[in-house]
Design a protein around this ligand. Structure first.
Ligand code: TXA
Ligand code: MG
Length: 313
């Protein structure tokens, strides 16, 4: 059961004591632990069922803690922070010795994000005022499955693995609905490794972007070809048949006998509802879902990316 949102100090103290706190962000729900606490991080990995060599994003309440975790920060990264934090953007930066292998998956880079969601912000501020330096949090789903955008989704995915000492904060549905944009800031120019609501055009206003696909050696698990997948088989390149599910913008009609899972009016609404629609296919026991990809740049490109991964073999 979700905990009432009132006592951020006690939630922060539990984090310092090594407990797991599931909390909302503007993108998706996170499964948070103290990023300095090795055994808490190990438990979070076990709950998620994630291989231990996959790195995890550290959430902080402001730019102030960047220098604890990261070094040699390029100017363009500072500009990105100033422009898009708090918000749905994660920066990969060279790590300090404080960012241990159990956080970075042994790589020399650390992922940092300042979320804008109010509950996340309160939790992080309280945690830092008690002496914490950052909350490591992957999306609060089992490895490879669909990210949760409500507290109920977290409960369904992970409730059985959480103990008495752990906390689940219900902050209602997430505003954005797809995970943060990930930007590699270890080179001369920023490189986008995962698309999100901070779009290429928005980043371009701050700095030119490095688009060479071959340069990055950084591993990002959200870029595995199959990821964000429900149990139902997802198709994006054919129409739906009778008895199958359909996710598409509202301007697209529902053929007879097809189970319409969502009909968003805008790309923003599409992003916000995509994961809950995929989940509802599973709760309804559908075997097949067709997701019609939205056209255009920006958030539409992030949605297409997630649909492609959800439908990968
Ligand atoms: O919106 C989000 O980013 C959400 C919320 C909870 O903040 N978090 C999220 O975390 O999506 P996760 O772990 O499900 O996906 C983060 C991705 C992973 O693919 C991971 O490999 C990559 O970020 N990542 C994190 N730290 C990294 C690092 N140090 N080096 C390379 N990749 C990293
Ligand atoms: Mg994830």
């Amino acid at each position: 059961m979700a905990n009432p949102i009132k006592n951020f100090e006690s939630f922060a103290q539990r984090l310092l004591d090594g407990a797991v706190v599931a909390f909302p962000t503007e993108t998706v729900y996170g499964l948070g632990v103290d990023a300095d606490h090795e055994s808490a991080v190990a438990r979070m990995y076990a709950i998620k069922g994630r291989p231990s060599n996959h790195p995890v994003i550290i959430h902080i309440s402001s730019k102030k803690l960047v220098s604890y975790w990261a070094r040699e920060i390029p100017n363009y990264a500072i500009q990105l922070m100033d422009k898009f934090w708090p918000g749905p953007m994660t920066l990969l930066l060279k790590r300090t010795d404080k960012a241990k292998d159990f956080i970075t998956g042994g790589q020399d880079v650390v992922g940092l994000r300042v979320p804008s969601n109010k509950i996340a912000k309160n939790l992080l501020q309280e945690f830092e005022s008690l002496g914490g330096h950052g909350v490591a949090a992957p999306s609060a789903n089992r490895f490879g499955s669909v990210s949760p955008t409500t507290a109920k989704d977290v409960e369904v995915e992970l409730g059985q693995f959480l103990g008495e000492e752990d906390v689940m904060i219900d902050g209602g549905p997430c505003e954005v609905g797809v995970e943060s944009t990930i930007i590699d800031c270890t080179g001369k120019l920023p490189r986008i490794l995962r698309l999100g609501a901070v779009t290429e055009a928005m980043i371009n206003e701050t700095s030119p972007i490095d688009k060479d696909d071959n340069l990055s050696e950084i591993r990002v698990s959200g870029s595995l070809s199959r990821h964000y997948s429900p149990r139902a088989k997802v198709f994006h390149n054919r129409g739906p048949s009778k008895g199958e599910g359909l996710i598409a913008l509202s301007k697209i009609q529902t053929p007879d006998g097809v189970n319409r899972l969502s009909a968003p009016d805008s790309v923003e609404e599409y992003a916000r509802t995509l994961y809950s629609s995929l989940r509802s296919a599973d709760t309804q026991g559908l075997r097949v879902v067709v997701a019609v990809m939205p056209e255009g740049d920006g958030l539409a490109a992030a949605i297409r990316d997630r649909i492609l991964r959800a439908s990968a073999e």
